[in-house]
Design a protein around this ligand. Structure first.
Ligand SMILES: Cc1cc2nc3c(=O)[nH]c(=O)nc-3n(C[C@H](O)[C@H](O)[C@H](O)COP(=O)(O)O)c2cc1C
Length: 211
């Protein structure tokens, strides 16, 4: 098998100006709901790209935990690589790839922290082991061995029992979109791409991009 011979034709759907929403948030809401109701694997998983102070980009997968007219929210460790990169450069990009629907959504914009109250509410909605895990894992740091995590989890579990507080280094980020792109795979590589760019008055300019 030659990897270069692997290819497929995309024929499931189309994305037209007339059938898409004028507001990208509504278009995203529709597509995400279709990915969830279609029982796709991890429809809420998105790739997050950030750029470090050395100008090197990096990506990782995070889970979307909220979205509305303010932006798209995920939760993480503020001292992780992504957290440190966002502290230095708040611009980031998100990407969903819903393989079974032959769809991609790209979102770009500036990232801010969600409010402390919002982070607290979400933190306390998580299962106990996840809340302890937020204390136990110095995310993105080099650790001697897995034992470090197990020992930390036991230590914080004993310290906080059933009610760990939210760690100060853990909480939500919100990407405030100023650019969205919706990609629908089509036959013969003539895919549909609609890009929405925010205008000075807050409205959205919708343009078709060549695939
Ligand atoms: C499906 C999936 C969902 C994930 N969700 C999150 C998440 O919501 N928050 C998070 O911090 N890491 C999440 N991770 C782990 C990240 O991909 C990554 O390993 C971690 O955040 C460290 O990234 P960094 O060192 O670039 O900061 C997830 C991984 C996968 C595969």
């Amino acid at each position: 098998m030659n990897i270069a011979d692997l290819r497929k034709s995309y024929e499931k759907a189309e994305l037209s100006e007339s059938a898409s929403h004028a507001d990208p948030l509504q278009q995203f809401d529709q597509w995400l709901k279709e990915a969830i109701s279609g029982e796709l694997p991890e429809p809420n998983a998105m790739t997050l790209a950030t750029v470090g102070s050395d100008l090197r980009p990096s990506t990782r997968v995070v889970l979307i935990k909220g979205y509305d007219e303010r932006g798209v929210v995920w939760y993480t460790n503020f001292e992780s690589r992504k957290g440190r990169e966002l502290a230095g450069n708040p611009f980031a990009a998100l990407q969903f790839h819903w393989v079974e629907l032959e769809r991609v959504v790209r979102i770009e914009g500036r990232v801010e922290k969600v409010s402390e109250a919002e982070s607290d509410t979400y933190f306390h909605s998580r299962p106990l082991d996840s809340r302890i895990g937020a204390w136990a894992s110095p995310q993105s740091q080099v650790i001697e061995s897995r034992t470090v995590l197990v020992t930390n989890a036991a230590k914080y579990g004993a310290q906080f029992l059933l009610n760990p507080p939210r760690p100060p280094h853990w909480g939500g980020f919100r990407l405030v979109p100023d650019r969205w792109e919706f990609w629908q795979g089509r036959k013969s590589r003539l895919h549909d791409r609609l890009r929405y760019t925010q205008q000075a008055d807050g409205g959205w300019l919708r343009e078709r991009l060549a695939p």
